[in-house]
Ligand binder design. Structure first.
Ligand SMILES: NC(=O)c1ccc[n+]([C@@H]2O[C@H](COP(=O)([O-])OP(=O)(O)OC[C@H]3O[C@@H](n4cnc5c(N)ncnc54)[C@H](OP(=O)(O)O)[C@@H]3O)[C@@H](O)[C@H]2O)c1
Length: 177
């Protein structure tokens, strides 16, 4: 199973403000016409997205149409509000990261886009993440929800490439060894 984390962080390592706000990501100065920074190619290559309930609830809170074509699996220990019109695109699971990956493997999934803060930390701790594509945004937030946290052991990474963009973003791609 290939599990890709593709995520944006502030230069000081936060994926959201303490209250979950991510408006700072949507600065018009960051828009680059004709450049999606690898997002489209990744979306083409995955079978599904797996995201924590914190990320799902944030996406649902936006006044926009559901932004994902591929199936989304929301991880939560609580019943999630899934609108009837999205029932074919969104499902819910719970359990350990290993159990979740096993179950998705049995359903024929071989490439997951993993999203969220706590969720990414849990899958990293369980040794299940294959690659990290991290886009650093040129902003310091000072505090917020961190991408990384405690680990049971060091995780060694193999650097693949780093690209900088005219909007000041710096994207690095690492494989987990
Ligand atoms: N900067 C970016 O690119 C980026 C990307 C993604 C998200 N974000 C932001 O990050 C914030 C969300 O971060 P977050 O730390 O709350 O993380 P999250 O990973 O989205 O959600 C964590 C929650 O998901 C549930 N969960 C996770 N794993 C589970 C499992 N194996 N089984 C059952 N439930 C599980 C738990 O809640 P319950 O069991 O209580 O439901 C857990 O507290 C949002 O503000 C979002 O917008 C930013």
């Amino acid at each position: 199973m290939k599990i890709t984390v593709y995520i944006a962080t502030s230069l000081d390592g936060f994926i959201a403000r303490p209250d979950g706000d991510i408006e700072w990501l949507h600065n018009p100065d960051y828009v680059l016409e004709g450049e999606d920074m690898g997002y489209g190619a990744l979306m083409e290559s995955i079978n599904c997205l797996v995201m924590g309930s914190g990320s799902y609830e944030k996406v649902r809170s936006f006044d926009i149409p559901w932004p994902y074509e591929k199936p989304v699996i929301v991880l939560s220990s609580r019943p999630q509000d899934i609108p009837a019109e999205l029932a074919s695109k969104i499902s819910q699971m719970s359990g350990s990261p290993t159990e979740i990956v096993q179950s998705l493997k049995q359903k024929g999934v071989n490439h997951i886009y993993l999203d969220g803060g706590k969720t990414v930390q849990d899958f990293l701790s369980a040794g299940l993440v294959s690659e990290l594509i991290i886009t650093q945004i040129p902003i310091l937030l000072g505090k917020g929800i961190p991408l990384f946290g405690p680990l049971p052991a060091d995780i060694h990474l193999s650097h693949q490439q780093t690209r900088s963009y005219p909007n000041g973003m710096v994207q690095s791609h690492y494989l987990v060894q």
